[in-house]
Design a protein. Structure first.
Lengths: 252, 252
DNA sequence: AGAATACAATCTGTATACAATATTATGCAT
DNA sequence: ATGCATAATATTGTATACAGATTGTATTCT
């Protein structure tokens, strides 16, 4: 079911397998701790073992799987602490990105892109009541903003590292935005987030590296709050991306 | 030649291929930009295509190779800026590790391990004139210290990210220590580095997160200085690990 | 009845064959 | 002579077959 939407894309079998497997994992059909039988995946996806094997290696590097000493791969389980730390790492690296951008300077056109994105976000945040569509639009613009920030940092080495943390669904910049739609604190958190966005751009423009860095770190703290609020009850918990990978404290 | 030392280890073909290919790249036999012909690697290593393919994927994730859009892999080239940024990222992440350790507290035994390592380093640094053996011993203890710091942070998510950045040879904690042996500033830099080590442990013990973080960041700056000193002339340049991957500014 | 061992089924790791695609070289036309 | 098109070649992506290892089960011995 989860993979059906991606069946007919024309690309390599390896990529298809990677996307399909990721969906299988994130949708919970393959549970944390499960050893992934290559043969069963073969008949489930109708792809031969070789590209599936490639996909498994890539997903291991991505962090969704872990190698089993005796051979093969298993779905990785994450604790709440893991997610917390992953968010903290993202915040730290995005902070570094903001500092790079501020200290090294950003071209006028890139700064303009950031400001344009800022305005698109502004227009949404000031609305009195946000619809579901508004939220999904917000997710898109929010992702764009974070992408533009990394571009502004102009550092391939840093971009690589950020890509890696963000690839974990619950650490991604828009991971908890969907959850926010359900929370009473939504409007408030969005307002603060947008204040951060605006100030970071301002700090970059004014070449205030330290301030830009601190702001992005603080920005990630909002994700921490969302995480805690979201995991508190079952209804919102299910909306957390990759929630099925989270093992509760006393699971073993 | 470079790979011969690893020929007879008993492990999987994939791991053998990965190690051999890494050596081939780092020794400069495969030059930056070169497309890696799978078949030629097959006859060079006497390993079939499948495990070589796996190794190529892993080396791509590791950052030594990059995928070519039309297919296959090429050896990645790095600019001096890339190396600078990789070191900065490492410093930032190790700073975060130090902060985690300080804020969350470290068990007595782990703190004792750190202090023991500190003393082993101390004993070496105070020697008036360091031999080559002293330096290689220093490299070992230095690596141990950085490993212990990551352990003290007790954060798998962070450890993963640090592993990734350290896997690039020129970003690793001991990358430039060998070069230091050739530099007149050697003793001075080692003294400062050890001061950082000592203060970080102190800061962790005293639960001073901010100080611990700042110190590890500053610590990475020593690597920046080593980098600049080392790349200045050809003799020391050759000692920089993975120097063959560095393209000079006006290479294209 | 419980534990240990042996056997069987299954699975992963590796090798190789095949097919599709990209690259290169050659020839022709402008 | 240069540029483009076509064909030959080489290389990657995929499928599958085989061998070694591992895991689970059943039987036997204590």
């Amino acid at each position: 079911m989860a993979a059906t939407s991606l069946e007919n894309v024309s690309s390599s079998q390896t990529v298809k397998a990677q996307l399909a497997l990721r969906d299988l994992i994130l949708s919970g059909e393959l549970k944390p701790g499960d050893r992934i039988s290559e043969l069963s995946v073969v008949e489930r996806l109708g792809i031969s073992r070789t590209p599936i094997r490639m996909a498994l290696v890539r997903l291991e590097e991505e962090g969704l799987l872990e190698g089993i000493p005796s051979g093969g791969f298993a779905v990785k389980a994450f604790s709440e602490a893991d997610i917390h730390d992953a968010i903290e790492v993202r915040g730290t690296l995005e902070g570094l990105a903001a500092r790079f951008a501020a200290e090294r300077g950003v071209s006028a056109s890139r700064l303009a892109d950031l400001k344009a994105c800022l305005e698109k976000l502004d227009e949404l945040v000031v609305r009195p009541k946000l619809t579901i569509d508004d939220f999904s639009e917000y997710v898109g613009f929010n992702r764009e903003f974070h992408t533009l920030l990394v571009v502004a940092a102009d550092s391939p080495a840093l971009a690589r590292q950020i890509d890696r943390v963000v690839s974990l669904p619950f650490a991604s910049e828009s991971g908890f935005v969907k959850v926010q739609a359900m929370l009473p604190e939504a409007q408030y958190i969005l307002t603060i987030a947008q204040e951060h966005h605006r100030c970071v751009v301002r700090a970059i423009e004014d070449r205030e590296g330290g301030r830009a860095e601190a702001l992005m770190r603080e920005h990630a703290r909002l994700a921490h709050r969302n995480l805690q609020l979201a995991l508190r009850n079952q209804r919102t918990r299910e909306l957390v991306p990759g929630a099925v990978l989270i093992r509760r404290r006393n699971d073993f």
